[in-house]
Design a protein around this ligand. Structure first.
Ligand SMILES: N[C@@H](CCC(=O)N[C@@H](CS)C(=O)NCC(=O)O)C(=O)O
Length: 255
């Protein structure tokens, strides 16, 4: 089994946090997004969507999409349950994870992809779309702040995958240059709480910093419970995107 990982990018981080929560150790192949390694022929053969993360099983099965990968590991190791326990809880976790992903993560991602100068070679930027997503992100945060008034975690009393999606989304606001309004005190309390879990730091490992368009040969293992604090500087490496690699993609769908 091998996890193709994308360093500080939010979706690969989601999977690393999930693995850390489960205590699962998986061989990792770093793919340098900043250098466009995910556009290489070798990687495109694995995932024609040219997105990270990707999990390749020993029988050659390729699983893309962060939540699909997390679900695979939930099946392998059900404890602690991060997708809920029993039909009702599972439905609520699904509901909240989708709400956060579709309303918060997607909005923050659109702000980043359409407004950040580092993304100009990766995205056909439509600045108006980036601007339009700022209030969408804030509206959802206001709603979530109200929900978190009466409970510890996003989907209930237990930490779940919905909190992982929420954590990476809120942290992604920093490179997207979005401020968390101070009046969202319930979100701040929740964010401090989930950020203090050792798993939150499992997402901070740097990866593939060399500017190369091929997949690095080095194989690492997911660092569970590493001691590095989150600095969220990963997008800045995209400033070094080598234009000569011709990285413009025909796949423009939002993550
Ligand atoms: N829906 C996918 C999104 C994956 C995704 O967009 N990954 C980003 C990194 S966070 C990526 O690979 N971006 C490369 C690009 O935009 O060219 C998932 O949940 O895994």
């Amino acid at each position: 089994m091998k996890l193709y990982d994308g360093g500080r990018a939010p979706n690969p981080r989601r999977v690393r946090i999930f693995l850390a929560e489960k205590g699962i150790d998986v061989p990792v192949e770093p793919v340098d997004l900043g250098a466009g390694a995910h556009k290489s022929d070798a990687f495109t053969a694995l995932n024609p969507m040219q997105r990270l993360p990707v999990l390749v099983l020993d029988d050659g099965t390729v699983i893309a999409e962060s939540i699909a990968i997390c679900r695979y590991f939930e099946g392998l190791r059900p404890e602690p349950p991060l997708f809920g326990r029993g039909g009702k809880e599972e439905a609520l976790v699904e509901m909240w994870n989708r709400r956060v992903e579709l309303n918060l993560y997607a909005a923050v991602s659109a702000v980043f992809r359409h407004l950040h100068p580092a993304m100009k070679d990766m995205e056909e930027q439509v600045p108006e779309w980036g601007e339009a997503n700022k209030p969408r992100a804030l509206d959802f945060l206001a709603f979530l702040d109200g929900e978190l008034r009466d409970r510890l975690f996003i989907a209930g009393d237990h930490f779940t995958v919905a909190d992982i999606t929420g954590l990476v989304s809120v942290d992604f606001m920093k490179p997207a240059k979005l401020e968390l309004p101070v009046e969202f005190t319930n979100i701040s309390r929740w964010h401090a709480q989930v950020s203090s879990r050792p798993s939150a730091r499992a997402g901070d490992r740097r990866c593939g910093r060399r500017a190369t368009a091929s997949l690095p040969r080095r194989t690492m293992r997911v660092a569970v419970e590493t001691g590095h604090g989150s600095d969220m500087r990963w997008p800045l490496q995209l400033h070094h995107l080598p234009r000569r690699l011709g990285l413009r993609s025909s796949l423009r769908s939002a993550p």
